[in-house]
Design a protein around this ligand. Sequence first.
Ligand code: COA
Length: 158
Amino acid sequence: MKKKALYPGSFDPITYGHLDIIKRSSEIFDELTIAIVDNPDKNPLFSIEERKKLIKKVVQVDNVTIDTFSGLLVQYAADNSFQTIIRGLRAVSDFDYEFQMSLTNRRLGNNIDTIFFMTDEKYSYLSSSIVKQVCRYGGDISSFVPDEVSSALKGRLK
Ligand code: COA
C-alpha cells in the first residue's frame, strides 16, 4: 500500500521554509499532497488559486500534488483517505499551537496522526508574513522565496 501524506497550510505565499519541508517529506512518503487552506481567519494577499499557481511553478516533484480545501482539515483528510498530516516546527513557540491542533485533529479525525519535521535552521525564523513585510518595505527577499514568488510579491505590493 502506498504511504501518502497531507501537508496543509496557508502558503500565502510559499517560502523556502515550506519548500524544505516539502522536499524532505516527499522523500519519505510515496505521495504528498500540498493542501492550501481557504482560511477565513486570515486576510490573504493572494487568492487561493494564485497561491496554487505559485506553488505549481516552484514545486516540480513527481510524487507531489497540489490541492485546495475549505472547512475542517480532518474532513478533507477523510474525504481523500489521508491518515497522516505533515507539519513543520520552527521553534518552541510553534509547539503549543501545533500540539493543540494535532490532538484536536486526532480526536476529530479517526486517530489521524501528525508528523512534525524540524524546520531547517536556516528558515527557523521565517514566516509568510515576515516575507511580505520585508518586501513591502523594499527589502531583499531573495533568500526567503524563489524568484517566481518574489516577482509575484513585488507585483502585488508595488
Ligand atoms: N518555514 C517557514 N514558515 C513556516 C513554516 C516553515 N517550515 N511552517 C509554517 N510557517 C509559517 C507560515 O508561513 C505561516 O506564516 P503566516 O502566519 O505569516 O502566514 C505560519 O507559519 C503558519 O503556518 P501555516 O502552515 O500557514 O499554518 P496556519 O496556521 O495558517 O494553518 C492549518 C494551519 C491549515 C493546518 C489549520 O489552519 C487548519 O487545519 N485549518 C482548517 C480548519 C481546521 O480544521 N481547524 C481545526 C484545526 S485543529
